[in-house]
Write a protein that binds this ligand. Sequence first.
Ligand code: CTP
Length: 690
Amino acid sequence: MLQGKKIVLGVTGSIAAYKAAILVRLLVKEGAEVQVVMTPSSKEFITPLTLSTLSGRPVLCDFFHSADGAWNSHVELGLWADAMIVAPATASTIGKMVSGVADNLLVTTYLSMKAPVFIAPAMDLDMFAHPSTQKNLQVLRGYGNNIIEPASGELASHLNGKGRMEEPGNIVTVLKDFFLHKASLSGKKVLITAGPTYEKIDPVRFIGNYSSGKMGFALANECALRGADVTLVAGPVSLPTPHPGIHRIDVESASQMYEASMEVFPSCDVAILCAAVADYRPAVTADRKIKRAVQSMTIELEANKDIAAALGGIKRKNQHLIGFALETNNGEINAREKLQKKNLDFIVLNSLEDEGAGFAVDTNKVTIIDKNSSSSFPLKSKREVAHDIISYLSKLLILAVVLLLPMHISAQELNANVTLNTSKVQGTNTEAFDVLRNSLTEFINNRKWTDYSYEEYERINCNFTFVVDGYSDDGTFTVTLMVQSNRPVYGSSYNSTLFKYEDKGIKFTYQPYDRLEFNEDNLDNNLTAVIAFYVYIILGLDMDSMGELGGSDFLNKALNIANNAQNLGDAGWRAGSNTNNRYAVIDDYMNGALEPLRRLMYRYHRLGLDTMYKDANSGRKIIADNMQLLNQVYEDRPLAYFTKLFTEYKQDELVNIFSKGLPEERKSVVSILSNINPSLSDAWDKILEN
Ligand code: CTP
């Protein structure tokens, strides 16, 4: 997940600075490029030499190099990085980051940073608990930074409490998680209601409740971090907006919240109703303060509108609605009733019977309930609970696209038939297989692989057959992939095979609903790298069959993938180790050995086969003459795997074509084929027999 990611690690002067060394090592191990920036005082705790050795890059500390006066550009670092981590972050650096005291390279780098910033505070428990530190962290959160809360435990002062920098392994997990989910809600519009509502009795009194809004704000932050466009309709709370990208609408009463929500919802993909909305409001609001006059008084109440139910009533098929239920008893039964009554997609139940759940606290313990299932989560911080809820939502959204809607395939380059054969691993989690098959179909067929536009009839027919040889519940797969592509022969209903290959022992991990993503500059997923590799070969060879050596651009892309994939840890990519692995395949095609075979692609298919349906004799002659190109590859590189493979997958076609040929054509073709692939001599003999 961190493969190729560029990370700026800021280290400050804390006893915990030694953990920065472990952090660098872990990040580098994950494939990240790490640039360490140190504050002057951090050098008292750990030497730059240690960190530069581990990161493989000179550590930056000063504004200028002492040797030649060159400027260390914090601006460039801000543009270079995919993420910045400040770990450990002392109270002093945190204060400087808040107020912009740019007296060292770390703070200037932070101020120039374009990428997301993660801050892992480390300090004594009283320093951490001090209102000044807490306020500063709150401000940094408000600027969109991610605070990695310190853990509780023994501190350098030998006191026990909260302030110990989070363990490097956990920081890496936070970062991996961030990149995994970063774009999972991009392009989605999300409405969130949060906090209590106040229902006015008179100008100084109201009916309200204890809701602090913390859960709703944590959800808004989580959605914004994942790229969603968030509108937060907040009741009266004293919380800062947690992320700069959030559009916040402050309201006071249930009616105002209703109006705002009804206006925003129609343009949203998702609404999360986390507010504790008052069910009733005073039937009349007094203009003036009500005076104490009698011993008792009665306030007549009238019902507020149910926002969740109203949105449930106008919800479209592609919109999702999530509710909350805070219950004191019969939690699941009540929650299920609300799920159904309000037309929700799922409901989050928190029970006041659970310690640590509910209003005003920083923790929550929830159960997510949908029509068919319920999942309970342990007591966690509201931030972590928000992460769980939004992960659940993300899966639901992907599921809606992948499984529920009829698959929308626009005319991209490939018309792939994707099959997943799981007969060898029966009895395991079949949900993972179903979702994987659909995701693969969508990834291969819907992704735009080229800048060209293909008409429906121009799409290349191909098969991707995955045989699952091994699977374990943690999502580890071992598969054999069989790839084949075909090309129609002009003027006929006949298809000719252009590429066929079997690739064994491909390992990858896939959890249901993981997004299949591919970025050729940053390969971090073996499955999508393998698929992209074959897609480009299919595209390249198809182009080769249309114009001589016409597919070089695409085949070069496949070669690039093979070169960039060397550290994905899959033996199939290893250069120089095999004559029949992915690397060898593309190396043969691109580095000269198979060039005659590539030329044959054009002369055989375009000049030969396409002509054959107009004039059989001349088409056959063209192919027969050009079969010399195949022989040439064989003579130059007898071990080149594709020469033999070509004769295998063309076997029936060649027998069919040349059985009808002139005697000298038959002889010439049979002598070439028997030379290259004597094991199929029975088939070649048939050419001569007829
Ligand atoms: N809700 C809402 N508008 C209301 C009342 C509730 O949008 N006027 C939403 C809440 O935000 C929550 C869900 O409905 O997502 C359930 O809220 P809750 O108060 O538990 O439900 P009620 O229907 O009011 O049921 P109860 O009788 O338990 O109060």
